[in-house]
Design a protein. Structure first.
Length: 206
C-alpha cells in the first residue's frame, strides 16, 4: 500500500540548483574529500558487511561506520586527517532552506555507482533532532523511498535528479528512508560517473 502523502515536514525541491552551481559543488566537494584522504568504504557494525556506497565527509564532524558502531568523529578513519571545511555554497543553501540559525556540522558525501543502494534507515546518530536534514543530489538519477516512523509503515517513492534538494524536518526528520537504486548513465556531471548525495546535518545542540 502507498500512503497518500509522505510524512509532514518532507519537501522535495526539484531542480533547485542550476547547472553552474551543480558543477561548482561537484568540483569543490571532490577536492575537499580528496584533501582529507579520499572516499572510504564503511562497514556495518554487527555483521562487518561492506556498504555498497563510498563515503566522505566535510565540516567539523564526519559520520563513520565500522565494527565499533555508527558515530561522528573529527578525523578521517584511514588517514587521521581532519575533514575539509564545507564549501560556502553549502552553508548558503542551509541558511536558505533549513530555518535554523545554527550551522550544519556534518556534510556526509555518499558516492553511488551503478550497483550501489542504501537500505531503509533512520538518521538517528545525532544528539538533536530539532534541525532538519538537507540532501542535495548531483549526477545520476536515484529512486528514493520514504516511509513513516516505524520500519513497517507504508513507503512513498520519489525519483531524485541532479540539482534536487530534499528537506526532512518536522515529523519526517526521523522517518525511515533509503535509496532503492541508481539509474546509471542518466547524467555526466560526476567525472567518474554515478551519483553524489550531500547530506547536511546539525549534530550537537549548541
Ligand atoms: C541519499 N539520503 O539521498 C540518501 N537522510 O542518497 C539520505 O539518507 C537522507 O536524503 C536523511 C535525510 C535526507 C536524506
Ligand atoms: Fe539518511
Amino acid at each position: 500500500m502507498t500512503p497518500a502523502a509522505p510524512p509532514q515536514g518532507f519537501r522535495h525541491l526539484a531542480g533547485h540548483l542550476d547547472a553552474a552551481l551543480q558543477a561548482r559543488l561537484v568540483r569543490e566537494v571532490l577536492a575537499g574529500v580528496a584533501a582529507s584522504g579520499g572516499f572510504f568504504r564503511p562497514h556495518m557494525p554487527r555483521t562487518g558487511r561492506p556498504f555498497s556506497v563510498l563515503m566522505g565527509n566535510l565540516g567539523p564532524l564526519g559520520w563513520v561506520s565500522d565494527r565499533h558502531g555508527y558515530r561522528y568523529q573529527e578525523r578521517h578513519p584511514l588517514t587521521g586527517r581532519p575533514w575539509s571545511p564545507m564549501p560556502d555554497a553549502l552553508l548558503a543553501l542551509w541558511r536558505e532552506l533549513a530555518g535554523d540559525p545554527r550551522p550544519p556540522e556534518c556534510c556526509l558525501v555518499n558516492w553511488y555507482r551503478a550497483d550501489s543502494r542504501l537500505g531503509l534507515h533512520r538518521d538517528e546518530d545525532e544528539e538533536v533532532f530539532d534541525a532538519p536534514i538537507l540532501t542535495i543530489s548531483l549526477g545520476d538519477d536515484a529512486i528514493f523511498r520514504i516511509g513513516g516512523l516505524r520500519r513497517r509503515d507504508p513507503t512513498w517513492r520519489v525519483r531524485l535528479k541532479s540539482g534536487d534538494v530534499v528537506v526532512m524536518g518536522g515529523t519526517s526528520r526521523l522517518a525511515y528512508h533509503g535509496i532503492d537504486r541508481i539509474l546509471p548513465d542518466t547524467s555526466t556531471l560526476v567525472p567518474d560517473g554515478g551519483r553524489l548525495a550531500l547530506t547536511l546535518r546539525r549534530v550537537r545542540a549548541a
